[in-house]
Write a protein that binds this ligand. Structure first.
Ligand SMILES: [Zn+2]
Length: 72
């Protein structure tokens, strides 16, 4: 693991952000949110980012999880 190269080169502000599917009604990807909304927190998000989709919803949107049949 040589991840130290990208580290420290730029002092970028990062934050943690709740998956935008926490509010499926307002999310472009709300159809991929789990029932009741997503409560996944995404860490190390760029400070300027206002919306983020967690990996769970992302993989759902790409059909990588296979649980999408649940929504049919
Ligand atoms: Zn999510």
């Amino acid at each position: 693991m040589s991840k130290s190269k990208t580290r420290g080169s730029k002092n970028r502000e990062v934050k943690s952000l709740l998956c935008m599917n926490s509010n499926p009604d307002e999310s472009k990807w709300g159809m991929y949110a789990p029932p009741g909304g997503c409560d996944e927190i995404v860490h190390n998000v760029d400070e300027s980012t206002t919306k983020v989709l967690c990996w769970k919803c992302t993989s759902r949107s790409t059909g990588g999880v296979g649980s999408i049949s649940r929504f049919n």
